[in-house]
Design a protein around this ligand. Sequence first.
Ligand SMILES: Nc1ncnc2c1ncn2[C@@H]1O[C@H](COP(=O)(O)OP(=O)(O)OP(=O)(O)O)[C@@H](O)[C@H]1O
Length: 274
Amino acid sequence: MAAAQVSVSNLHLVINNKSILTDMSFSIEQGRFLGLIGPNGAGKSSLLRCLYRFQAPTSGAITIDGKNIAEFNRQDYARKVAAVLQEIPSQFNLGVFDVVAMGLTPHKSLFASVSLRDKQAIQEALSKVGLTHKQKQSYESLSGGEKQRVMIARAIVQSPSLLLMDEPTSHLDVKYQIEIMALAKSLGITVVASFHDLNLAAAICDSILVVDKGKLVAHGSPQNVVSSSMLAQVFGVNADVTLQQCAKREHVIPHIRYQYQQPAIHRGIPRSQP
Ligand SMILES: Nc1ncnc2c1ncn2[C@@H]1O[C@H](COP(=O)(O)OP(=O)(O)OP(=O)(O)O)[C@@H](O)[C@H]1O
């Protein structure tokens, strides 16, 4: 499936009279990898929920390939958009193979059986996330990181044109953090993913959107967005940022070194020294 072009305009989300997202506008070109970063409670998951239609925005519009997402029927939307969410479902009383097979549902008619070609797609996805040897095991008995990789395999099988991921690496060891992100990038589809590992986001993403208190405070290439001043103002941390030439990519990647010994900053205002 071709990659999707996504556009968000003047998005507002208000829940119980509380502004969760305020006047967000941005767009993502086809096939690009957009990273969402921001402190806890900034609104990253809420934005992803709006993109996934889990949450209807209070006002504003989200379009995919020029069509408002509210206008897609459920099956068409499921064919177009896959999500790997923060809350890993725990109700799957299924084996790993069957959970991954659920990714095929939007593409099949009711009661259609799993074909040989489907089986190959499932095996391929399991191999890509390094879980071929676990395919007969029950989903429930997997570790947190293994469950997360199963959900990513399921999203791959779904063959979407837009992949939404909420902190997809939170349970993964460092090897799989790198591998899974490289895998998501290699799919050639449009990806929107939230990150807490800012160095990983800077290394992987084509562009980064910084969210703070429900507002978009910066949007651009990692090189333009990730800076000591942004880290101080938005995250309240002291850090040095150096630019590293990447062998495989033409551009430079910012690399953050946190100053663990220095006092934290309160939103741009250094805390007083003891
Ligand atoms: N259904 C809801 N009812 C009330 N408040 C909500 C609801 N959903 C989200 N919020 C609030 O909206 C704010 C943004 O939450 P969200 O989960 O989007 O942040 P986040 O950036 O993903 O945070 P984290 O990095 O901690 O996962 C938080 O203050 C949260 O408490």
